[in-house]
Design a protein around this ligand. Structure first.
Ligand code: ZN
Length: 310
């Protein structure tokens, strides 16, 4: 299979969204509060359409169901990864995700959610929340009941290029003024712990306190941020994370480079610039898969890319 599988993003209107997906990536977003671009997804809540080629008009989820050989025969009843670009004009709710075991038992066999964030851009002074300061579940419960959010939550400053791996059970929130590329397990299960008392259509959004208490890890672990860099005259490749579910790398290229064949398949997201992959033109805002057996390839141009694989 030597085809490149280009995908059409799916957009989500949310109360905390903005318009950076248009101003920055030129996407035709549906509203001025578009918070999420599901760039690579086979999830039922936003299954990306394939653009061009032999499977034009199919969805990624369909292709996964009917042509598993194109994904190297990987097991599982759904395409396992989901890549999003998130434009948080306003703060996202304080939330936590379950692991596979809890989600499987309590959420209709859904996958859990391990996710990671690469900060594409942020306003000066922007922060995020990762982790909490309670030493035990009892203390966590007490602090929540007493509304001691400032004391409870670990808020830290962020900068462009920062990276965070968010394990299930980690309390977290993306805060306003932040543009993020998120790579995650294909899951839409979020337990909302606190929403700053905000209203949507006149009502507060639903909270999930008991599920949150079930899954929050106490005490919190430090978020892993180890990364390694490979640098030459023409490129800078940063290995951001390798975990049970995915490996993610960030690449800045000026010129050309060869890339190795992957054992299963690979996802590429063009964050900036333009160039070619084995002669096919690619540009900012493109998201595509190199299917099983694609082989070695050559990237050329002035490009910033995110590369991920199972
Ligand atoms: Zn999350």
């Amino acid at each position: 299979m030597s085809e490149i599988l280009f995908l059409e993003p799916v957009f989500k209107d949310v109360i905390w969204g903005g318009n950076a997906l248009r101003t920055r990536f030129d996407y035709a977003i549906p509203s001025e509060t578009t918070g999420e671009c599901w760039a690579v997804s086979g999830h039922k809540n936003g299954d990306c359409k394939i653009r061009g080629g032999q499977y034009d008009g199919w969805t990624l989820g369909q292709l996964w169901q009917e042509h598993r050989e194109l994904f190297g025969g990987q097991a599982g009843d759904q395409f396992p990864l989901l890549v999003k670009i998130i434009d948080a004009r306003d703060d996202l709710s304080i939330q936590v995700h379950p692991d596979d075991v809890y989600a499987g038992a309590h959420e209709n066999g859904s996958l859990g959610k391990t996710e990671c964030w690469y900060i594409l851009d942020c306003e000066p002074g922007a922060t995020i929340i990762v982790g909490h300061n309670a030493s035990s579940s009892e203390e966590l419960k007490k602090m929540i009941e007493e509304d001691r959010w400032k004391e409870l939550l670990r808020e830290r400053p962020i900068h462009k290029g920062d990276f965070f791996q968010i394990e299930p059970g980690t309390v977290h929130a993306i805060k306003g003024g932040t543009l993020i590329l998120e790579t995650q397990q294909s899951s839409d299960v979020t337990y909302r712990l606190y929403d700053y008392g905000r209203l949507q259509n006149g009502k507060p959004r639903q909270l999930h306190l008991s599920q949150s208490m079930d899954v929050i890890v106490c005490p919190a672990k430090e978020a892993a941020t180890e990364r390694s860099v490979e640098e030459t005259e023409s490129y800078r490749l940063e290995k951001l994370v390798e975990c049970k579910y995915y490996a993610v790398e960030h690449l800045v290229l000026h010129g050309s480079m060869k890339r190795p064949k992957q054992p299963l398949y690979e996802i590429l997201d063009v964050l900036d610039g333009k160039g070619t992959i084995n002669g096919t033109e690619i540009q900012k805002g493109d998201h595509f898969l190199l299917l099983h057996g694609y082989g070695e390839y050559e990237l050329c141009g002035e490009l910033e890319l995110m590369l991920s694989r199972p």
